[in-house]
Design a protein around this ligand. Structure first.
Ligand SMILES: Cc1cc2nc3c(=O)[nH]c(=O)nc-3n(C[C@H](O)[C@H](O)[C@H](O)COP(=O)(O)OP(=O)(O)OC[C@H]3O[C@@H](n4cnc5c(N)ncnc54)[C@H](O)[C@@H]3O)c2cc1C
Ligand SMILES: NC(=O)c1ccc[n+]([C@@H]2O[C@H](COP(=O)([O-])OP(=O)(O)OC[C@H]3O[C@@H](n4cnc5c(N)ncnc54)[C@H](O)[C@@H]3O)[C@@H](O)[C@H]2O)c1
Length: 478
């Protein structure tokens, strides 16, 4: 065996999750290699989190300025679309990953460019862009961090129509005249908001009966209202049954299940994700290609004997979010290191150092719609499904002094879910401009299971929007 190609840990995929896992493994003194077939930094850096946020922030800033008396009159122009797109390009590092590769190099891990596949236990074969095959062997662990890709529905005509997915939806250089967005989840809502603000005439086609249906229902209602006010047509309870684009780059016609048709210049399918596991050699370790990789709380794939295979980030379907995948990477790296060092007992009990407990109970998410939506922990419906003796406490965020200072006519709502038996907060949801930065206090309350009686002593500063906490607690206590 070539000693150069033996590593303690091999990571497949250098998205945000793979990069973090490799960094933590190196920090603990393990040798590591990370294999990447496209761009180091993954979907998040180039076609997801970062470019979408760069597209969304300018219109949010403009709206907020227009809601401050005295400032509104000073804002007379409209968005500079080419400047917004240029800023987006720079947030996506012009789709050049050399900065990220330099960072990986600085950790002391080996970066291997190419498509990686498992080749039996603890072995990964990489096909490099130069056509060279390289075999890497892991002493302790292989971590699959290959992420997810857009899932397209199997519709007649879709193959030849070149629909947008999140990739074109975040990297397009031209603003389409008429854009149809299929799907009402975070991708659909964020990208509809962004392209509407840049000048597209947007129609959302959503098969559910509301937007952002995994959050509290009032979130979708507020976001729907704001999208409609901005000029987006939101159609609920409708699905696309056929896509026709007779000429490449020409207009397209979508056939709908309500008998209608929609003519548009581009269609963006934001209809969920599929795991990137179809071509990573899972069959060589007796796993089924193409599926999500199920793990235990140490992020280890239990079905594989020898305990050397981990699946971290989107690919395990626990929580498809960058921050949550990076949290898993920290936990997985700690577990790999502990096992490599022969630690007899892992701290894999609830909230232990080697268990990704937050994936079950305290996943924070911010959807950067206008208004923003932010949540952590359980919704009222999820609490009920889990059999929690829960009470939902609601408050109008707009009536808090800090919100009134933030914007004239501020609209927003908040809900806190209290576990009545344990007297702790198990879920919080906010919707309104600027609520993203309110969320971490909620994450701490939920993850730390702070007793309600102690939260009463956590005094929010006046006049900030955080006074919503006081109002929620006052409402709860009566
Ligand atoms: C439009 C959009 C906006 C989003 N916005 C946010 C947001 O604001 N905040 C947030 O937290 N989350 C957001 N997400 C989700 C976030 O992008 C993902 O959760 C995150 O990218 C997952 O990271 P990952 O490392 O698991 O996978 P990925 O980012 O998908 O990275 C996986 C990497 O593995 C590589 N790879 C795959 N197969 C192989 C192979 N066989 N060999 C070598 N390399 C391979 C890929 O090329 C890729 O670089 C958004 C998603 C979308 C689509
Ligand atoms: N700011 C953020 O945190 C952020 C932003 C974007 C995406 N993400 C993450 O990325 C993941 C993917 O997001 P998403 O919005 O693509 O997926 P999603 O699963 O959240 O929503 C998909 C939507 O498409 C609809 N849909 C699915 N199949 C359909 C079909 N055949 N026809 C019509 N409609 C269909 C669903 O009903 C739903 O409305 C999510 O888990 C999300 O958390 C996060």
């Amino acid at each position: 065996m070539d000693g150069m190609d033996l590593f303690d840990v091999i990571v497949l995929g250098a998205g945000p999750v793979g990069e973090n896992l490799v960094d933590r493994a190196r920090a603990a003194g393990l040798s590591a290699a990370v294999v990447e077939s496209e761009l180091a930094g993954g979907e998040c850096s180039y076609w997801a989190c970062m470019p979408s946020k760069a597209l969304l922030r300018p219109a949010a800033a403009l709206d907020e300025a227009r809601q401050v008396p005295g400032v509104a009159g000073a804002v007379t122009g409209s968005l500079d679309v080419s400047a917004v797109l240029a800023t987006r390009d720079s947030f996506a590092a012009q789709w050049d990953d050399s900065g990220q590769v330099d960072w990986i190099d600085s950790t002391g891990a080996e970066f291997v460019r190419g498509h990686g596949r498992l080749d039996g236990p603890r072995r990964v074969v990489v096909e490099t862009p130069e056509g060279v095959r390289r075999t890497l062997t892991a002493r302790h662990a292989v971590a699959v961090c290959t992420g997810s890709a857009a899932a397209l529905p199997d519709l007649p005509g879709i193959d030849g129509a070149e629909p947008w997915t999140n990739r074109r939806g975040t990297s397009a250089e031209q603003v389409p005249g008429r854009l149809a967005v299929v799907g009402g989840g975070p991708v659909g809502v964020e990208l509809a908001t962004a392209w509407q603000s840049l000048g597209s005439e947007v129609t959302m086609l959503v098969r559910d009966d509301g937007l952002l249906s995994r959050m509290e229902p009032f979130v979708g209602e507020e976001v729907h209202r704001a999208l409609s006010d901005a000029g987006t047509e939101v159609r609920l309870g409708v699905s696309v049954t056929e896509v026709r684009r007779p000429q490449p780059d020409g207009e397209m016609t979508l056939t709908l299940d309500d008998g209608g048709r929609l003519v548009c210049d581009e269609v963006l399918f934001a209809t969920g994700r599929r795991p990137r596991t179809d071509d990573i050699g899972l069959e060589t370790v007796d796993l089924q290609p193409g599926g999500w990789l199920e793990t235990d709380d140490t992020l280890r794939v239990g079905e594989v004997s020898g305990g050397w295979l981990y699946a971290v980030g989107d690919v395990n379907h626990r929580a498809l979010l960058t921050h949550q995948g990076k949290y898993q990477a920290r936990i997985a790296a700690a577990a790999i290191v502990a096992r490599a060092q022969g630690v007899p007992l892992l701290e894999d009990d609830r909230w232990g150092a080697h268990a990704a407990t937050a994936d079950h109970d305290a996943v924070p998410q911010v959807v950067f719609s206008h208004p923003e939506a932010a949540s952590v922990g359980l919704t009222a419906r999820e609490a009920e499904q889990r059999g929690v003796n829960a009470r939902a406490v609601d408050f109008d965020l707009g009536s808090v002094a800090g919100a009134a200072v933030h914007a004239d006519g501020y609209r927003g709502r908040a809900r806190m879910i209290v576990d009545e038996d344990r007297q702790v907060v198990v879920g919080v949801t906010f919707v309104g401009p600027g609520v993203a930065e309110l969320l971490h206090a909620a994450s701490i309350a939920v993850a730390a299971e702070v007793p309600i009686e102690r939260l009463w002593h956590a005094v929010p500063a006046f006049p900030t929007m955080s006074e919503i906490w006081l109002r929620l607690l006052e409402t709860y206590r009566g």
